[in-house]
Design a protein around this ligand. Structure first.
Ligand code: CIR
Length: 256
């Protein structure tokens, strides 16, 4: 897996809390901003240089930048998103143009960054409500330029592939039981989230740091053991105000 050195983030717009309030989900906007700052600080602590963009008031979910692009080897595959978010990727594409060669999806292809999981040996693409076969094929040809394989994985009962599982590094996958066929992954070991802690599956490994979301004590014990045995610092972040919007750790940044 390429070791990332840079991260792109976007602060949540005022509309973020309002949009969820209209659906009866109360989000505290100032807490969301503080949690976003802590997240950015954790990325810097892990050695990444961060660029934090001003909010995009046109798209309430625009804090979830991961979904807008897949980054690999100096190139960016700009995604096509769920209808409510379609268009959001253009603001990120305008920024990435300065550092990446941009590639686009054909009409009819759908892909979101949350469905793309890189391990040391391959890239996995989730087939979900957000990513279709044509999107997976487009990702495969995007990565083929770098001689990298993309392997499709159907996902059950999760928004994205990385809601169901993430790669912890050191040959280890962390999965919610039953949401993906674990035998499809070329890994040495598989850990599971504890019962009732599915949202703990989305972790972010950055060098010798492993970031996990706060509030999942049983899975935290598992990850503490993993971190200790691999010489990692486990960093636990409260991202409650983003979880309320179905977000998780990886979706708050695009890293390369
Ligand atoms: C959405 O439905 O698109 C947002 N509310 C949540 C996106 C989370 N993205 C991610 O986990 N990669």
């Amino acid at each position: 897996m390429q070791r990332p050195t840079r991260a792109l983030l976007r602060r949540p717009p005022e509309r973020y809390a309002n949009a969820y309030a209209e659906r009866g989900i109360p989000i505290d906007p100032s807490l969301a901003l503080r949690q976003h700052e802590s997240y950015a600080a954790a990325l810097r602590h892990a050695g990444l240089a961060t660029t934090v963009l001003d909010p995009d008031p046109s798209y309430y979910d625009s804090v979830f930048v991961e979904d807008t692009a897949v980054l690999w080897d100096g190139a960016a595959l700009i995604t096509r998103m769920t209808p409510e978010r379609e268009g959001e990727q253009e603001g990120i594409a305008a920024v990435l143009r300065g550092s990446h060669t941009l590639h686009r999806l054909a009409d009819g292809a759908r892909l979101e960054g949350g469905d793309v999981l890189h391990t040391d040996t391959a890239t996995y693409v989730g087939l979900t409500g957000r990513t279709n076969e044509a999107g997976a094929v487009a990702l495969a040809s995007f990565l083929a330029r770098s001689g990298r394989e993309a392997i499709s994985v159907p996902v059950k009962d999760a928004l994205h592939l990385k809601t169901a599982c993430t790669y912890l590094g050191d040959g280890t996958l962390l999965c919610v039981p039953g949401q993906v066929d674990e035998s499809r992954f070329d890994v040495e070991s598989v850990l599971h989230t504890a019962a009732g802690e599915a949202a703990a599956a989305n972790c972010l490994r950055l060098g010798d740091h492993l970031l996990m979301a706060d509030g999942y004590p049983a899975t935290r014990r598992t990850l503490n053991r993993f971190a200790a045995s691999h010489g990692l610092e486990l960093v636990v972040l409260d991202i409650s105000e983003f979880e309320k919007g179905d977000g998780s750790l990886t979706c708050l940044s695009s890293i390369w």
